[in-house]
Design a protein around this ligand. Structure first.
Ligand SMILES: C[S@@+](CC[C@H](N)C(=O)[O-])C[C@H]1O[C@@H](n2cnc3c(N)ncnc32)[C@H](O)[C@@H]1O
Length: 211
């Protein structure tokens, strides 16, 4: 179902002309299949889990202020209400660091144990799990955050509180390998949603809620 996205003006210093990177990545197709066609199975879980396990030791070197700007801009301008946040696909915790202190509780979940082992335990709970079948009860989160992470619409809809907010971030905007335009994020979610979106640094973000 198509939802309405209201775009804020770009934050000062936003970089829009990024070199081609993620738009040429094969994971782009997987991203759309997972969001729109239920395209996740045991073989894909194994392949993607091993891929990210193999990158875990080097992953935190990718964090730069330009890439981290979109998440902090969303936290500043996205009218996030706080409460209990669950971050899916948290990697080595670059996003979790920004969330800690802004929410009452923070849980970071990732498929890759190696990624979680490289994340700080001081930031909140760390859970190894698959976002296609989350180990949380219905309505367990006031905010679900995804930074450069595959969108699993059904589980987000189940675990997000009725008045909850979904925070979607692509730290290299359209050149993030795991990218969906904010309009497509809303379209993939069950039911009717609307959202506020913005750009900062090299990235873009969306804060979505049910209408
Ligand atoms: C592109 S990385 C992003 C990591 C981190 N959010 C960041 O921006 O630095 C994607 C992360 O999602 C995790 N991931 C992929 N599929 C997943 C799934 N089904 N459930 C949970 N995590 C998953 C990967 O292990 C990886 O850590």
């Amino acid at each position: 179902m198509a939802g309405i996205v209201s775009w804020l003006p770009d934050a000062p210093g936003t970089e829009r002309n990024l070199p081609v990177f993620g738009s040429a990545s094969p994971i782009r197709k997987v991203t759309r299949q997972v969001a729109f066609e239920d395209g996740w199975d045991a073989e894909r879980r194994e392949k993607i889990g091993s891929l990210f396990d193999s990158m875990a030791d080097e992953w935190s070197k990718r964090a730069t202020p330009e890439r981290e700007a979109a998440l902090s801009d969303a936290l500043d301008r996205g009218n996030i209400r706080g409460g209990r946040v669950i971050e899916l696909g948290s990697g080595t915790g670059a996003g979790t660091r920004a969330l800690a202190g802004r929410f009452e509780s923070v849980v970071a979940l990732d498929l890759s144990l190696a990624m979680l082992q490289n994340a700080s335990p001081a930031l909140g709970g760390r859970v190894q799990g698959d976002s296609s079948a989350l180990p949380f009860p219905d309505g367990a989160a006031d905010t679900i955050t995804l930074v450069n992470m595959l969108l699993f619409p059904r589980e987000i809809d189940r675990v997000l509180d009725a008045n909850g907010q979904l925070l979607w971030v692509n730290s290299m905007a359209e050149e993030t390998p795991i990218h969906l335009p904010p309009e497509d994020v809303l379209a993939a979610l069950p039911g009717e949603w609307s959202g506020v979106a913005g750009r900062a640094g090299t990235g873009l973000w969306l804060v979505a809620e049910r209408r």
